[in-house]
Structures are given as structure tokens and as C-alpha cells.
Ligand binder design. Structure first.
Ligand code: ADP
Ligand code: MG
Length: 313
């Protein structure tokens, strides 16, 4: 992290005071900032125009257009968009809790109740995108899932920790020592997202009637890429490592193509059969067989009430 005194200033962004760097991308930096007109804390994604090709520039504008049209508690809000000759500025709702990725690293893995609490919020956002907006995100991963505030998961005995997590599933949040809180999770980064269905007519984009069958089929299946990614995220949440991994990119590619993964012992021994069943229906190579978002949400593991908490000791 850069020291506060080293925060850059950008021409065209005088309204905001940058206070901290939150993320680094290939062509962008994300900063925590203060809106000087009202004191509101925001996130600003600054994209360097000069490094982008024409089609990459078009993609940023598409990202903005898609985000402008969305409004859902599980999706990061775009507050405003502007540009200077050198930069694009995306002013976003600030999510102070950081990436889900960091929490997995920190905690090793999540209990089933906590994993459910997280993935259901993501799923509600995906359902909204797929069913109501005709949008496929295409980059669902723990780095693009952000916590609204820093989750508090105290380290204590497994029983006590489980108890606190269960309380959190009921929406209770006790700040400070002895409490547990994980709060809201939101989907960020629409840089690769795509509109595939016309919202009103639920027909493929482009001229209906002249669209080739493989396009219609493709667009129908394109939503399934998010479902595969959800399977990968859920798998990782539950055990702490991803379903597909290899040091060799060629071997990894082969494993993914074949859908070759296992519920590795001993890590998966105590995880419920329902959770495994759900993952099996997401990490399914044939997109036609893979669960849709509605099938996901209707699965018993998702609809199950969290296990009753053990009595506090
Ligand atoms: P990229 O296309 O470079 O991946 P992202 O939009 O994913 O850009 O932003 C990069 C990183 O910046 C994210 O992974 C996250 O850590 C941080 N970030 C992005 N948006 C926000 C936000 N609204 N609030 C807090 N942090 C954010
Ligand atoms: Mg990203």
C-alpha cells in the first residue's frame, strides 16, 4: 500500500480526495476516496486510456453501461462515471471489507453455514443479472466478490466459532471482541460482462429471426459460465483450495476441459453430501446439464435452514 502522502492526483478528478489504494489492475487502479462535496467515502477505479486498444476502450464503456443499468443489494453500485483525455473514472460504492479471496486465505475455509451465507448473496446477484437484466458476468471469482465491511470472525474454539457464525446467519452482528460478523457480499468488476438477452423480450441480442441456431444456443449457454464459476467459488469456500489446480497451465487446462476434480480426503470428509451434490451439478462439463441459477437456488443445500447452534459453553 502506498503511503497517504504519495497518493497521486488526476486531472478531472478534483472532486475526490484519494486516501488509499485498494486494488491494482493491468490498466487500472482502485482507490478509496472522499467526495469533497459531501464527505461520502467512495471507491474510484481509474483506468489509463493510453494503454488501451480501441476495443478495450469500448469494453470500459460497456462495463459502465451495464453497471448503470443494475440496481441490486448484491451488486456494487456505480455512482458516477466521467473521463478526462487520459483517464476513465468509475466512482463506485465503497466496499471496505475487501475481497472474499483475502478472507479465504485468512480463515483457510468457511463453515457450511458461513459459505451458504456468502454464496446465497452472490447467487441472488447472479439471478438478478441472468433473469432480470440478461447479463452474464463472466468473471466471477473470489477477487471480484467484495465484503461491505471488514468481516469479524474471531478465532476461538470451533464450537464457539460455529455458534457465532450461526448467529450471523440470522443477521445478528455484534461488533468488537466476542462477536462475529460477516455481513454483505457484493459482485464487482463488470469488465468482462456481456448482455446476452434482450431484457423485455428475453430473446437473443441481435436481429431475432435472422440469428443462427449456434448463436442462439451459445447465448443460452453463456449464462452457464457464471454457474461453473459459482461452483468453483463454493468448492473453494468449503475446503480452502480450488477444484482445479496444476502448476502446469497445460495440465490445468486439460483438467478443466475434462472436469477432472475430486472431493479430496481428508478435507472433504466432514462436508455434507448435499453440498457435494450441489457442486457436482455446477462443475458439470456439459453446459446443458449444468444447473441454472434457479436450479441452484432451489437445491436443498441452499434452502436448508442453518444447523441449530450448539449451546454456548
Ligand atoms: P480489474 O478489472 O482490474 O480486476 P476490479 O474492478 O476487479 O478491476 O478492481 C480491482 C480490485 O480493486 C478488486 O479486486 C478489489 O480488491 C478492489 N475494488 C474494486 N472495486 C472496489 C470497491 N467498490 N470497493 C472496494 N474495493 C474495490
Ligand atoms: Mg477484478
Amino acid at each position: 500500500r502506498e503511503a497517504k502522502s504519495k497518493m497521486p492526483t488526476y486531472k478531472g478528478l478534483e472532486r475526490y480526495k484519494l486516501i488509499d489504494k485498494m486494488g491494482d489492475g493491468a490498466f487500472s487502479n482502485v482507490y478509496k476516496a472522499i467526495d469533497l462535496t459531501n464527505g461520502q467515502k467512495v471507491a474510484v477505479k481509474v483506468v489509463r486510456k493510453y494503454e488501451l486498444t480501441a476495443s478495450q476502450r469500448a469494453n470500459i464503456l460497456k462495463e459502465v453501461q451495464i453497471m448503470r443499468g443494475t440496481s441490486h443489494p448484491s451488486i456494487v453500485k456505480l455512482l458516477s462515471f466521467s473521463e478526462s483525455p487520459e483517464h476513465y473514472f468509475l466512482v463506485l460504492e465503497l466496499l471496505e471489507g475487501g475481497e472474499l479471496f483475502h478472507q479465504i486465505v485468512k480463515l483457510t475455509y468457511f463453515s457450511e453455514n458461513l459459505a451458504r451465507h456468502v454464496i446465497l448473496q452472490v447467487a441472488q446477484g447472479i439471478r438478478y443479472l441472468h433473469e432480470e437484466r440478461g447479463v452474464v458476468h463472466r468473471d466471477i471469482k473470489p477477487e471480484n466478490l467484495l465484503f461491505e465491511r471488514i468481516p469479524i470472525i474471531p478465532s476461538k474454539s470451533p464450537v464457539q466459532r460455529q455458534y457465532d457464525e450461526d448467529k450471523e446467519d440470522e443477521g445478528e452482528f455484534i461488533p468488537g471482541v466476542g462477536g462475529g460478523g460477516i455481513g454483505r457480499v457484493k459482485i464487482a468488476d463488470f469488465g468482462l460482462s456481456k448482455v446476452v438477452w434482450n431484457e423485455e423480450t428475453m430473446t437473443p441480442c441481435g436481429t431475432v429471426g435472422y440469428t443462427a441456431p449456434e448463436i442462439v444456443k451459445d447465448e443460452r449457454y453463456s449464462k452457464s459460465v457464471d454457474m461453473w464459476a459459482m461452483g468453483c467459488v463454493l468448492y473453494t469456500l468449503l475446503c480452502g483450495f480450488p477444484p482445479f489446480y496444476d502448476e502446469s497451465i497445460n495440465v490445468l487446462t486439460e483438467k478443466v476441459a475434462k472436469g477432472y476434480y475430486t472431493f479430496l480426503s481428508p478435507w472433504w470428509d466432514d462436508i455434507s453430501a448435499q453440498a457435494k451434490d450441489l457442486i457436482t451439478h455446477l462443475l458439470c462439463v456439459d453446459p446443458a446439464q449444468r444447473y441454472t441459477i434457479d436450479e441452484f437456488l432451489a437445491h436443498p443445500w441452499c434452502t436448508a435452514a442453518p444447523a441449530p447452534p450448539p449451546p454456548p459453553t
